[in-house]
Design a binder for this molecule. Structure first.
Ligand SMILES: Nc1ncnc2c1ncn2[C@@H]1O[C@H](COP(=O)(O)OP(=O)(O)O)[C@@H](O)[C@H]1O
Ligand SMILES: [Mg+2]
Length: 238
């Protein structure tokens, strides 16, 4: 569906009206595209919306969507409250997190920031010789009015990675800045039939982080089929 030229302005972006030259309506699309780029929303997820998330009733998705709507419509974000969306791969966690960012922009004009956690760490690491760019990225991540940290704790973390994530999370926590986190591991360790549940964020990132996150993030478990493997969508893991 390649559309090179707008039929109204012939791709110039401006139209000549009686009152003078005006921005063509097609430029609005471009503006939105730029905003999503600024929010660092991956291209694969640019068209993901709450409205095209197909709720699977047997997996409890209507309730998940209700809680997410409730969060977006409330003012809880102003007190630094966020969400911790947890579930296995392919159930739509990233789709939901991206949709939330987009709704914050649409409904409130808030330009949030998206980062896949591993990508963020990689970017910081590859420029971390005290260079300006690493500091800029870190500052942007700490300051963003709402931050999505996608796939937090999906692997064991080096001491360096832990320190960086501590820095980001503690500073945002202290400044009452909301975080929407997705993860495929539980936040807190708990006992199941006398055994301690292992591979939790608490275990990987320490109690200080886990307890702060559980204080400010509402935990939203997402269940369902792995939509990547099912042929419904053929997308890379991530
Ligand atoms: N309920 C759903 N309705 C529509 N698309 C979905 C749904 N669940 C997952 N998807 C799609 O399946 C793919 C994988 O979802 P994703 O959000 O990346 O999963 P996760 O982050 O949980 O691993 C994406 O393209 C996503 O848009
Ligand atoms: Mg994901």
């Amino acid at each position: 569906m390649e559309e090179n030229n707008c039929p109204i302005c012939d791709g110039i972006g401006w139209v000549l009206k009686k009152e003078g030259v005006k921005k063509c309506v097609c430029r609005y699309k471009e503006i939105t595209e730029n905003i999503f780029q600024r929010m660092n929303i991956p291209r694969r997820y640019r068209d993901k919306e709450l409205s095209n998330f197909e709720p699977d009733e047997s997996a409890g998705h209507p309730f998940v969507l209700m809680r997410i709507e409730d969060y977006i419509n409330s003012d809880r974000y102003t007190e630094g409250k966020g969400l911790f969306i947890v579930g296995p791969p392919g159930v739509g966690k990233t789709h939901l997190a991206v949709s939330i960012l987009k709704e914050f922009f649409r409904r409130r004009g808030i330009v949030g920031l998206f980062y896949d956690t591993r990508t963020l760490l990689f970017r910081l690491k590859s420029s971390f010789d005290g260079s300006a760019s690493a500091r800029e990225i870190l500052e942007e991540v700490v300051e963003a009015p709402i931050l999505v940290l996608d796939d937090l704790g999906s692997e064991r973390l080096s001491d360096w990675a832990r320190d960086i994530l501590h820095y980001i999370i503690i500073n945002r926590y202290n400044d009452l800045k909301p975080m929407v986190i997705t993860s495929n591991i539980e936040l807190k360790s708990k006992k199941i039939d006398g055994d301690i549940l292992e591979n939790t964020l608490e275990e990987r990132m320490g109690q200080a982080i886990a307890s702060r996150l559980s204080e400010v993030c509402e935990v939203i478990p997402v269940k369902g089929k792995d939509r990547r493997g099912s042929g419904v969508t053929k997308k890379a893991k991530g």
